[in-house]
Design a protein around this ligand. Sequence first.
Ligand SMILES: Nc1ncnc2c1ncn2[C@@H]1O[C@H](COP(=O)(O)OP(=O)(O)OP(=O)(O)O)[C@@H](O)[C@H]1O
Ligand SMILES: [Mg+2]
Length: 451
Amino acid sequence: MKGISREILISPNPKQQAFFESTARYTAYGGARGGGKSWAMRMKLVLLALGYDGIQILLLRRTLGELRENHLFPLLSLLDGVARYASTEKEFRFPNGSRIRLGYCDTENDVLQFQGQAYEVIGLEEATHFTEGQFSALTESNRYSGQMQVPFRPRMYFTCNPGGVGHDWVKRLFVDRCYRTGERAEDYLMIKSLVFDNTFLMERDPEYVRTLMALPEARRKAMLYGDWNAFEGAFFPEFDPEIHTCMDFEVPVDWIRFRGLDYGLDMTACLWFAVSREGTVYVYRELYEKDLILSEAGRRILSVSPEEGSIRYTAASPDLWNRRQDSGKSGFDLLHTAGVSRLVKANNARIPGWRVIREYLRRREDGTPKLVIFRSCKNLIRTLPLLRFDTNVIEDAADTPHEITHAPEALRYGLMSRMPKPVPKAVPFRSGLYTFDKPPAEEGYGQFIAY
Ligand SMILES: Nc1ncnc2c1ncn2[C@@H]1O[C@H](COP(=O)(O)OP(=O)(O)OP(=O)(O)O)[C@@H](O)[C@H]1O
Ligand SMILES: [Mg+2]
């Protein structure tokens, strides 16, 4: 390049090389500590600035302090004699008209400063430190700047570790690859790199790996092995309000209806389900109230359920069948006395139950999911995406904060009640054959004995 007074010699490792070569719309690199992320980001942007005359590049970190330590100082030394640093604008100006501007987004609104600007390339360092709102605002500035003479497809590069305020969106787009309307899978590429891939660090600082190994288990899994499920992160990244919720509508009278109930004095969460003729399950009503004793909970349920006669059954937490020592009565007795009939013991197997929800959230071939929630069910819609992974039991959801678990549990009870049960075997009984449970009337229904 004209005006360059010295050569920059670099030797990327194979993962960094793949990052350099990616021209995807969105490329993420890393996923664990020490994989050479910051180095790769810096070098990639410098290579672009040198390779394309007039290219406009923005490199962001969350805070100014991180930006200075992580990139400004290394770039000042790397680009000494190559590009001029303008400190007021915090940008490196290359003789070929290219520019690398450094920025940060400390607060949610800091991102507004980039509105109306245009950068062909935006680099987000430690992308999980940015909110989804910030990321989405930045995509608006990722466009042709008008200063390049050759065609160039605008793109963004990310580096990331699990954890942080942006864990969910980064995981959804690059790890789980769950896409919403308007997002295209082929636009997203993740290049996973671990500290073991960073030959430079492994040779010069093997102690660092031992430091990572000594981390507490969940953090070690995340930071050493790049396990995005080890902590934080939405339990149901599949949940997308755009396809999993709908405006309320009058449920046709002939649709099958049932309920899921998670009772606790701290919260009664009850959901009403209806099954369309095509087999889509709608959650069409919720009751979400705290401090209700069982008889009150029963009465409240009935008071909001004018179609009570057509509710086939209510799948409720099995502990309601335990008898209390003081009164000798069970929660089931109290609810039954309050008028909630046809209570059935819910299948409380947690992990299979979560899998069933996941299955219902998945899009079918026509793009629609099997589960849709009426928008009036605000608490279910609010809490389902807040569920987090348990740090100890793989595939289970964390039960803290406890408040967010009630509606998803009621959902689990309800959907589990629809799972087909193996046809019961006939067992010999005295002189004849006695079938202890009737085969379900419709497949998947009434698998529990109805009262
Ligand atoms: N290809 C390379 N050539 C020379 N040095 C490299 C190379 N890749 C990484 N390094 C060096 O390895 C060290 C760790 O790399 P870097 O800081 O990029 O890792 P990181 O993944 O960003 O780490 P962290 O997770 O702590 O942010 C740094 O000193 C960096 O300069
Ligand atoms: Mg780094």
